[in-house]
Design a protein around this ligand. Structure first.
Ligand code: NAG
Ligand code: NAG
Length: 191
């Protein structure tokens, strides 16, 4: 009898404890649904157009090789090379035209069959209304194709929640130096 009573008591205690937690203890919320996307306004699409200057030669290169495999130099496609970039983005094809931002990140030679790059970079905008905002690009760039398309996987600042695509088209490639000027058209949906 005493055993049954103590079991009953502990059941009551547990029940009371759970009840107290349920009514008084607001659980710590790790996520919350905000509807509609608070403070973000309407979604819109922007088209950005600029030129990317990949300077590998001379005293001030903006693209430097930082790694390679032992076999990279024996590969016809330089498979395994990794290049870090801080390439200026300008309004026009002339490198002296207005700077709109910089492409910072890296590209890696990721194909054994052709000149195919893995691009992992942020476009950091440095002027106009997008000053301080960034777009993140992750994609495949077969540099000898006429137009290469790479996904925009995200962004920051005015480009929060960004998604879209970037199309690259080589404007000029100096075969002696390896320096390239690439035209970019970026279509991005953001708030
Ligand atoms: C961009 O923003 C930075 C930091 O706020 C500021 O120093 C710079 O003057 C701005 N540049 C332009 C072109 O507006
Ligand atoms: C390539 O660069 C070299 C060295 O700067 C220059 O002399 C040459 O004119 C350039 N070629 C083209 C096609 O721009």
């Amino acid at each position: 009898m005493a055993g049954l009573l103590s079991k009953f008591r502990s059941a009551i205690t547990i029940f009371f404890f759970l009840f107290v937690v349920a009514v008084s203890g607001k659980p710590h919320r790790s996520s919350q649904i905000l509807r509609p996307a608070v403070g973000f306004g309407k979604e819109k699409m922007s088209h950005l157009h600029f030129y990317f200057h990949d300077i590998v030669s001379g005293p001030n290169p903006t693209a430097v090789q930082v790694a390679a495999a032992a076999s990279t130099m024996k590969s016809p496609t330089f498979f395994g090379a990794v290049v870090m970039i801080d390439d200026p983005l300008t309004e026009g094809p002339d490198p002296k035209s207005k700077l709109v931002g910089r492409a910072q990140g890296l590209y890696a030679l990721a194909s054994q069959q052709e000149a195919g790059l893995l691009m992992v970079m942020n476009f950091a905008f440095m002027g106009g209304k997008f000053n301080g905002s960034t777009l993140s690009i992750l994609g495949r760039n077969t540099v000898f194709s006429k137009v290469r398309e790479m996904p925009v996987v995200g962004g920051s600042g005015l480009f929060r929640f960004a998604r879209g695509y970037a199309q690259a088209h080589t404007h000029t490639l100096n075969l002696t130096t390896g320096d390239a000027i690439v035209e970019y058209n970026v279509y991005v949906i953001h708030y």
